[in-house]
Design a protein around this ligand. Structure first.
Ligand code: ATP
Ligand code: MG
Length: 447
């Protein structure tokens, strides 16, 4: 059986055009506030999303799905982000754009399997032997680096840890010394060191160790320095796959890119056995998370049938899809279907519609975005942008904010005025004007 020593988390993505969203903005009864957590309007869809969050938390959504349907710019992606924020760190949330499944390096089924396994978490509880206490003495020994003789690297560390009742002096090698330097650990910090792996964790400053309390101060631990500590880590099945795969390759293979490689069925089986084993021993539990696929109309018939099947598996994530298409062909077929999604899958989904915004709501959203981007904007300029937002599109109006700031700055101002908005409006065409232009110069443009 494989052993897992250190598990690296796979990157989490940040969608910056939705950075103003911190949750669904609901009250205790699940009613949507007119404005809350960065969201405005779209009340029914937000309340529906709130119910979905509750179902996910209660574990009643695994193997089911949700579909957001609505015109472009009505907040479908925004609502999915809000759901992720509501669920918090504890529930894995994996975002994928449908176009990402068309890769030249990996098979579609491999990408989908990885996506599904990224959306299923395992919470591992482990008892580890650690040394924990406040740093009383710290002495680093440095040596010349083997790679660069002009620089010095930490080689060894002598550290004295104290608790309320105990004191221990430890000597540790390079791994620990290097982490001590990297984490900037000083006298007065409370830390623990994993006795087996040498992993160092800084917990905070000990109470009373510093004159000015900056950051977190914590109590000095009591009891012995060397002790058993229960550690809880949440990783996804995919993280485990990568770790196991990395352990079973030769050193030369490590230099090739991991994430771009196929993971063998064998590795996945090993991980599944390992996870089952952890669960049976009471050391772990499964957390079905969310797989969100944006712009679902880009998926093709094979993908849909794969997803339908995956939803029925023992270990199924919650599927959330979003699309702005009406009745359209299912990709890869000549069959028309609502939202381009096969009826058998559609039947398994809860559908949440999103509606276009009123000018008042558009104004609020633009205001929130300008606050988020720290762009000061005059009321008249905001009115102008709102007009553009309701006549053209919300996204177009939001996109004009940054260019307008540049024009204001060129005129040595920090505040965006209505003339700046008019100027950017004339410089950057919206879709309608662009189409008009394309028609006007039809015979000059390349076909
Ligand atoms: N109710 C809302 N409150 C606050 N901001 C919103 C709201 N709805 C949308 N936004 C913001 O407006 C912009 C456009 O919304 P979003 O990208 O979610 O639209 P969409 O429905 O996913 O469109 P598409 O179909 O084109 O993908 C984003 O910056 C989003 O964060
Ligand atoms: Mg979207």
């Amino acid at each position: 059986m494989v052993e897992i020593k250190e598990i690296r988390k796979v990157e989490t993505e940040k969608a910056s055009i939705h950075s103003h969203i911190t949750g669904l903005g609901l009250d205790e009864k699940g009613k949507a506030l007119p404005k809350g957590d960065g969201l405005v309007g779209q009340l029914e869809a937000r309340e529906a999303s709130g119910i979905v969050v509750q179902l996910i938390r209660q574990g009643k959504m695994a193997g089911k799905g949700v579909l957001f349907v609505g015109p472009s710019g009505t907040g479908k992606t925004a609502l999915a982000v809000a759901i992720a924020k509501e669920l918090g760190e504890g529930t894995p949330f994996n975002m994928l754009n449908a176009s990402e499944i068309y890769s030249t390096e990996l098979k579609k089924t491999e990408i989908l399997t990885q996506a599904i396994r990224k959306s299923i978490g395992v919470r591992i509880r482990e008892k580890r032997t650690v040394y924990e206490g406040e740093v009383k003495e710290l002495r680093l020994k440095v040596a010349k680096s083997r790679l660069n003789p002009y620089s010095e690297v930490p080689r060894e560390v002598e550290i004295t840890l104290v608790t309320k009742d105990d004191q221990t002096k430890l000597t540790a090698g390079e791994t620990v010394a290097e982490q001590i330097v990297r984490l900037g650990i000083r006298k007065g910090d409370v830390i623990w060191i994993d006795a087996e792996t040498g992993n160092v964790v800084k917990e905070g400053k000990a109470k009373g160790s510093v004159q000015y309390d900056i950051g977190k101060t914590i109590d000095i631990p009591s009891g012995a320095v060397k002790k058993e500590k229960e550690l809880v880590t949440t990783v996804s099945l995919h993280d485990l796959d990568l770790n196991v795969a990395a352990q079973s390759v030769s050193i030369t293979a490590i230099f090739s890119l991991w994430t771009e490689r196929e993971i063998t069925q064998d590795v996945r089986k090993q991980v599944d056995t390992l996870v089952k084993d952890l669960i049976n021993k009471g050391m772990g539990e499964l957390l079905p998370g969310v797989l969100f696929i944006d712009d679902a109309h880009m998926l093709d018939i094979e993908t849909y049938s794969f997803l339908t099947k995956a939803l029925e598996a023992d270990l199924a994530p919650i599927l959330i899809l979003a699309t702005n298409r009406g009745i359209t062909k299912i990709r890869g077929t000549d069959i028309e279907s609502p939202h381009g999604i096969p009826l058998d899958l559609l039947d398994r989904l809860l559908i949440i519609p999103t509606k276009p915004y009123t000018p008042e709501e558009i104004k609020e959203i633009i205001k929130i975005r300008s606050d988020e981007l720290e762009i000061e904007i005059e009321p008249t300029a905001l009115e102008e942008l709102t007009k553009i937002g309701s006549e053209e599109s919300l996204r177009y109006a939001v996109q004009l904010l940054e260019p307008a700031r540049i024009i204001a700055q060129r005129n040595s101002r920090n505040i965006v005025k209505v003339e700046d908005i008019k100027e950017v409006y004339s410089l950057f065409a919206d879709v309608k004007r662009s189409v008009k232009y394309a028609k006007e110069y039809e015979n000059l443009l390349l076909k």
